[in-house]
Design a protein. Structure first.
Length: 301
């Protein structure tokens, strides 16, 4: 049975299979790119906070529109994500609230509001038709052709904009003081990075869900750091492994019924991370064991 379903997957007999595969790969690539700058900047938990913060926006948009209109739901998610991102920025700049505490506060409050709104929707007359709980864990199989086209356009534009600002972003990540000294407006650049994060989260929640989107922002870049020593290499590995995790996640989800695409993507990405943690040439456990031995051998000679 599994072999037959695997053959069906690669034959693309059904449109939803191609849509799910395309969306999953797109999510992995975009999250890998944006996540590389976030991880190196020390903003890893921002992805988690903004991912959870999209839930009240989705629920509020449904209450306003009255039905599942994809554009309205994603717009609500984007508005909520942007508000959450700037709320964290405002809180963390104050003298009394640390950045990690600000992220935790925003994550908890926004997600709590979202759960309350979901409960209200589910008990209303249209609650049974809402189906908004799929945004918690994602449902890549429900993505339509037009939705995939919109997500692809947004993803390409986001990647191009980040590519155009690669050098100042690299300076911001590694040496903010130097970037400021050469005239780069670091505050504006940081706002742009948070805006890119918000967009990446919003285009990912349909496939991965608000709970697991942070994993796709953090795990592939963290894996790339074990495989490359320079930023271009980390980004290349992160985007490649993110896309491959998306493809394999979609495959596993189709072959094994009942397995959602989002969790499958995260598990595949985690497996890559585990391999890099052990065998990665940039700080992997195997190399840490071998290199001291090699040094001792040279010293003996």
């Amino acid at each position: 049975m599994y072999l037959q379903r695997a053959q069906e997957f690669f034959a693309f007999q059904y449109d939803f299979v191609a849509h799910a595969l395309g969306a999953s790969v797109l999510v992995g690539v975009v999250c890998g790119l944006v996540g590389s700058f976030l991880v190196l900047r020390g903003f890893s938990l921002m992805g988690d906070a903004i991912g959870h913060a999209t839930l009240p926006g989705v629920a509020a948009a449904f209450l306003v529109v009255g039905h599942q209109h994809p554009a309205a739901l994603l717009t609500g998610a984007l508005v909520s994500a942007v508000i959450a991102a700037f709320t964290v920025g405002v809180f963390s700049r104050g003298p009394r609230v640390r950045s990690d505490a600000a992220i935790g506060i925003v994550l908890s409050v926004f997600f709590g509001i979202g759960i309350v709104l979901l409960a209200f929707i589910q008990t209303s007359a249209t609650g049974m038709q809402a189906g908004l709980t799929q945004f918690l864990f994602g449902n890549a199989a429900a993505i339509t052709g037009p939705q995939l086209q919109v997500l692809a356009v947004i993803g390409v534009v986001l990647c191009v904009l980040i590519g155009l600002h690669y050098r100042p972003l690299a300076l911001l990540v590694f040496d903010e003081g130097f970037a400021r000294s050469v005239g780069i407006k670091t505050t504006r650049l940081e706002v742009g990075l948070l805006a890119a994060l918000s967009v990446a989260v919003v285009i990912s929640i349909q496939a991965v869900g608000v709970i697991l989107v942070a994993a796709m922002l953090i795990i592939p870049p963290s894996t790339g750091r074990f495989l490359a020593g320079r930023l271009p290499g980390v980004i290349a590995w992160s985007m490649s492994l993110g896309g491959l995790s998306g493809a394999l996640g979609a495959f596993i989800s189709y072959v094994f019924e009942g397995v959602a695409t989002g969790p499958a993507m995260v598990l595949v990405a985690t497996a890559f991370f585990g391999l890099a943690l052990v065998f990665g040439p940039r700080g992997g456990l195997v190399w840490q064991v071998r290199l001291p031995g090699a040094r001792r051998s040279r010293e003996a000679l």
